[in-house]
Design a protein around this ligand. Structure first.
Ligand code: APR
Length: 167
């Protein structure tokens, strides 16, 4: 059973084996957490992403971490749903992102992973609903990952994730 923890901070500075990028289908970088990871990893990340993309919403694909600081060895790129009112399967796609990230982590032999609040920024997914899906999915997904660190970039997200985890 993995330890699930909530940490507020910058995902590029986490002492974990793999970090998850909330990407777009091209895997060539963008803004938000995706942009932060690409800036820290260097231009080879976009080249590696272009070589394996596109990535469908709900799926996850891994690349090396390039210039990201150790112990990070891999970036797992996942594409979250764009919020469209909640009646178009957005919840299932978001759950799939978390499930697939853990599956890819298992394939890589990753033991510790940091995952941002996928889709809750540019893609507009309500934070509370996304937190419930994130926690429920990682709790119910069989994985060899030992530590799953849910990263909040701001205090509001931290409070929402902490409250949901404590339920
Ligand atoms: N570390 C951790 N979390 C971060 C960081 C960071 N350095 N920067 C931003 N975040 C948080 C945001 O505050 C938000 O809570 O990541 C969460 C996800 O927001 P976005 O990065 O906007 O991702 P998303 O909503 O999934 O939209 C993805 O935005 O940047 C583009 O290429 C990306 O097209 C894709 C879309």
């Amino acid at each position: 059973m993995a330890l699930i923890e909530v940490v507020q901070g910058d995902i590029t500075r986490q002492d974990v084996d793999a970090i998850v990028a909330a990407a777009n289908t091209s895997l060539m970088g963008g803004g938000g957490v995706d942009g932060a990871i690409h800036r820290a990893a260097g231009r080879r990340l976009a080249e590696a992403g272009a070589a394996i993309g596109p990535c469908r919403p709900g799926d996850a694909m891994a690349t090396p971490a390039f210039d990201l600081d150790p112990p990070i060895t891999h970036v797992i790129h996942t594409v979250g749903p764009v919020w469209n009112g909640g009646q178009h399967g957005e919840g299932e796609v978001l759950a799939s992102c978390y499930r697939r990230c853990l599956e890819v982590a298992d394939e890589l032999g990753v033991r510790t992973i940091a995952i941002p609040a996928v889709s809750t920024g540019v893609y507009g997914f309500p934070a509370q609903r996304a937190a419930r899906i994130a926690v429920a999915t990682v709790r119910s997904s069989p994985t060899s990952v030992e530590v799953i660190r849910l990263i909040a970039f701001d205090r509001e997200t931290y409070d929402v994730l902490t409250a949901v985890l404590g339920e």
